[in-house]
Design a protein around this ligand. Structure first.
Ligand SMILES: [Fe+2]
Ligand SMILES: [Fe+2]
Length: 314
């Protein structure tokens, strides 16, 4: 099974895991983050972050409110429409998604309560959260160009997780959220390393991206806890590359692990990786996916993703 994500550069030959070294950053393929602005070892930066003693990315206030609302059993379509209508950009985006081919409406909807009915309250909550995170968390100043790619990957895995959960007969509302947030540990690590290296533009150096890759699951769990997300979201973030190793929330971890594999195999939100084996993946046995189901997922996901991506990008 492919354990690492694809879209990130691999470490270069003999990459030192220790302190930063000064190199010529003008090389064609070299990212930033290897400048001599600090003498702090990247491992120390990461250790501090994982211990919760460094500043983590802040969840946008509006996203915090959405997550709070999502826990409120009294939330209904009218209340959600009121909430969304307070933010004109969000309201326009929700209408655009409701009118997109994703929800197949023939008549154009111009009013939010109707959009709620067409899309469904739970899915509106998910979409609103995805829209907010996409617009506020992909700041190239903070995350570099890879931030956008990460948000595309998050969206692909969110939609894929819902499909996989449906196919496996698992409650799929939480699947979208778990898929959306599965790799957010990368954002926290990238932010911490960029700050410690004084990186302003470009991506981090391959050596540092390899460290991000190595520690992103643990960082995801730290972030989920700091954002007061559910234990389910934290567990998925912590184990989505090894669903066979967990006991808590294993079905959802397996769903997101498989959605992640599908996104990498198909190159949705990153480079295509033909080495991902969708048949021998541990989630196939854990979820009891048949060959026909795997084939259906493989066929449907690219169209769903491109429709979702264009509907959500405006
Ligand atoms: Fe991951
Ligand atoms: Fe991923």
């Amino acid at each position: 099974m492919k354990t690492g994500p694809i879209p990130f550069p691999r470490p270069s030959r003999g990459a030192p895991p220790g302190r930063f070294v000064v190199r010529d950053p003008s090389g064609p393929d070299r990212g930033e983050g290897i400048l001599n602005t600090t003498s702090v070892a990247p491992q120390d930066v990461i250790r501090k972050m994982l211990a919760g003693s460094s500043e983590l990315p802040v969840l946008p206030t509006v996203a915090t409110r959405i997550l709070e609302e999502m826990k409120n059993p009294a939330l209904n379509a009218r209340r959600m429409a009121e909430f969304v209508s307070k933010d004109p950009v969000l309201a326009t985006a929700v209408l655009r998604v409701a009118n997109s081919a994703l929800y197949g409406g023939r008549t154009e909807i111009t009013d939010l309560p109707f959009a709620m009915v067409r899309v469904g309250l739970q899915q509106v909550k998910n979409l609103v959260l995805a829209l907010v995170l996409r617009s506020r968390m992909a700041d190239p100043q903070v995350y570099g160009p890879v931030g956008n790619e990460l948000m595309d990957h998050a969206l692909a895995v969110a939609f894929a997780s819902r499909l996989v959960a449906d196919a496996a007969g698992i409650e799929s509302d939480q699947a979208f959220l778990c898929g959306l947030l599965h790799d957010f540990g990368r954002l926290a690590l990238i932010k911490a390393l960029r700050e410690s290296t004084g990186t302003k533009k470009g991506n981090l150096a391959p050596e540092l991206m390899a460290l991000v890759d190595e520690h992103h699951q643990e960082a995801g769990a730290v972030l989920a806890t700091s954002w007061r997300l559910s234990e389910l979201v934290a567990e998925v973030a912590a184990h989505h590359h090894h669903p066979e190793r967990v006991t808590a929330h294993q079905p959802m971890v397996a769903v997101v692990a498989y959605a992640n594999a599908l996104a990498h195999r198909l190159g949705l939100g990153g480079g295509e990786d033909p080495s991902v084996n969708l048949v021998s993946h541990p989630s196939v046995a854990l979820l009891g996916l048949s060959a026909d189901t795997i084939n259906d997922l493989y066929q449907h996901l690219p169209g769903l993703f491109s429709t979702a991506r264009s509907a959500m990008s405006g």
